[in-house]
Structures are given as structure tokens and as C-alpha cells.
Design a protein around this ligand. Sequence first.
Ligand code: ADP
Length: 461
Amino acid sequence: MSKKNSILIPGIAAILILVAVQVYVIKDLWVDKDILFDLKYKILSQEAMDQLNRLSRTDGFENALVVLNNYAKETLTDELGRIKSEEELRKLKEEALQGAYKILNELENLSPYLKGYFKRQGSEGDFSRNIEINYLQFLDFDNKLEIYANPAIFRSPNAQNDTLKGKPKSKILVNRFFREDNYYRISFDFYIDFSGKQKMVFRDMAIYLAMSIFSILVVVTILIITFRNLMEEKRLSNLKTDFINNMTHEIKTPLSTITVAGKTLEIEKIRSDENKILETARLIGKQSVHLNQLINLILEISMWERTQFQLDKKEVDIGELMHDIVDSFRTGNNRVVIQEDYSFKGQKIRLDVVYFTTMINNLLSNAVKYSDKDPVIRVEGRENREGIVISITDNGIGIGKQDLKHVFDKFYRVSQGNIHKTKGLGLGLYYVKRIAEAHGGSVTVESKPGEGSTFTITLPK
Ligand code: ADP
């Protein structure tokens, strides 16, 4: 498993588990809150009914039940005698049931009392009431008319346990009433139903929901940060490995030249030829200088890492300095065409000449190094409100979009398949950036693969 996957897979698994646990907990909490909501209003209803009973000696159905008694008496004496068929009896029962519902619904005064009581307790009073008759019988000395018996309650074998089967969950059973008088026997349930219940429970849950979403977000963010850090570390470690390979290669070349030169000096024929000795000695000297430069570069880089480097600033004529640098570069690279165009007009600026020269030289030598045809370089200089702007444009191989954002990174080299085709340690542009920044300035690059690149340095006045 790659390093990327080794953190990504457990990370995603951890998030999925976390989300699953959160969903489970929230769902459970939702159910609890729902039950708690019902319980609260059930208790409040009981209190309200107790109070109503104590204060007015009524259960809220007093009037309704007196009217029901008369209605039952009338039905038994006036209607029942006229029934001739089963069909007519069925109709009468249906009518009687509807009649009883109408009486209970219109004449009950429990719900206005409950509403008032809930509000006085600082709770929600906006509910709709629902009466459900379980059993209804009209009776006198001679007749007994069973009008209705809810099969779920009165006819199933485990009737008592089944009372709430099939009822919508949002309804709250306030009380089950059993009443009888001279002409009737009735059992009915009184429910209240809050239309805004889901919203109220949700409001109660909002803080838990927010906390759970927040905790998931925190974990996801931490994971993303860790993942990115890991990838960055991996990238740096790859760069370091490349650097060590390049470095070994760079050091090996002069070293093997010196070794060969040393061996040459051992040959008798060579030793007798003074010119050959001189030539070999020069070669050894040149390669030692190169080796020394390489080692100094590495030492310097590691020193830069630890300390802010010291600039020895002097006031210079920037136009003149640029021309001098470009001129001496031209001397060492006579194959290269360099066009210059400055509009400085004697502008003076304070900078460290040695570092500045290194910076421009690095850009010029890259322009030559990364070129697949005869190099044509254009060096421009001008000033604007912020400071001076120097740009170096080449007609080289250019840099792809992906590499463009990394070229100033330490040790970064654009991968070219064979990385040793052009020599380098991936430090040149890193140097350029560090030097520009040490002067309070910046460096940017624009490039098109196959067409060329422009490096632009901006330094404050
Ligand atoms: P080095 O030249 O030692 O590889 P640099 O830091 O100078 O390191 O450059 C980093 C990378 O940027 C190089 O490997 C090269 O691919 C790319 N690069 C730099 N300058 C140019 C340029 N003028 N044209 C095209 N590519 C360039």
C-alpha cells in the first residue's frame, strides 16, 4: 500500500465510523426527545385535569354526556322500534356513532382548559384534539344496542396491550374515559396532537446536531491537514534524495578528472614534458576550484537555513551594474546573444553587489542551460512607483504549468527523464528567490513550454 493510501484509507474509514456513530446517537436522541415531549404534555395534561376536577368537579365532558344520554334515550325509544331489516339496523348504528362523535366534539370543554393550562405553564398550547370512541352501547330496560366496539381494543385477545396500535405517533393520549348513565355506556380516548411537534423537537435538538456536525468537520479538517503535511513531507524527501543523487554526480565529475590527472602525472613521458605538467596542474587547479565552489554552495545553503543572511549594502547605479554583470557574462558565453534595454536614467539603489550579481548570473546561466537552440536573451530594466523591475527573457525550453509553482523551491528540478542531461542541484532559483526577498523584493516567473521564460525581479528603491 502506498503511503498516500496508508493514511487516506484509515482516515476515510475513521470519518465514516464517526459519521455512523453520530447518526446513531442523534437518531437515538431524537427518539428520546420525542418521547420526552409526549411525556411532558401527558404530565401537564394530567395536572390540568386534576386541577379542573378539583376546581369545577368536572372532567370537561359533563355537558356532552348529559346530551348523549338524551340522544341515546331518543334513539332507543323513537328509532329502534321502526327498524325492520338488518340493513336499517346497520344504518341506525352508523348514525348513532356519528351522532355521539358530534356531541362529544361539540360540547367538550376539556381542550380549551388544557390550552389555557399549558400556556400558563409557559408551554405550547397550539394543538388539535382528537376523540376516538372505543366502545358505545345504548341501553334501557328492554333493549341493548351495541353500536360500536373498536376491534383493536375490545375484540382482540390481547386487547389491553394493543390500545395504541396503528395510531399516528404524533398523537398524545391524554386520557381514556369510561362512562355510563341510564341510557348509554361509552369508552373513548382523548388525544391531543401538536402540528408543530417535529419543529419543536428539532429546535431542542439543534445544539446537538450543530455539535455533531462541528465535530465531524473538525476531524475532516485535521485529516486533510495531516494528509497535506504528509504529502508535502514526502515531496521534500523526494527532492532531498534527488539532490543527493545530483550532488554525488556533480562532485564525482571534477573528482574523477583530478584522479585521472593525478594518474597522468605518474606517467614518465608526461613528467618530462613541462607543458603537459603545467596543463595538468591547471586542470587539477580548475577542478579543485569547481569542487570547492560546490562544497561552499552547500555549506552556504545550510548556513542560510539557520540564520538570516547578512547583506553588505552599498549604493550603486543600477543601470551600470546591470550592464557590467551582463557584459562579463557575455565574455564567458560568446555564443549567446544578449539584448539589453534599460530605462533607469542613473537611478541609484542600495544593494549587496555580490549577492545581486549571483542572482542575475543564476538567471542568465539558466537561460543558456535550459535552451534547445541558439540562446537569445533579452534583459530589460525599468523603474516604477514601487521600485526597480528587471526581467530576463529567454527563448529556451520553457517550464510546464505544474513545475512553474515549484521552481523556486529548494532542490527542485524539473524532471526530464534523464535528470543528468543538464547539470544542476536545484538551488539556483532558490538562491534567486532568497536574495530577492532579503533585499525586500520578489521574483516571479512566466513561461510557455517550447517558447521560453521570463523571470522578473522587483526590488524596492
Ligand atoms: P538547476 O538549474 O540546478 O536545476 P534551478 O533552481 O536553477 O536549478 O532551476 C530549477 C529548475 O527550473 C531547473 O531544473 C529547470 O528545469 C527549471 N528552469 C530554471 N530556469 C529555467 C529557464 N530559464 N528555462 C527553462 N527551465 C528553467
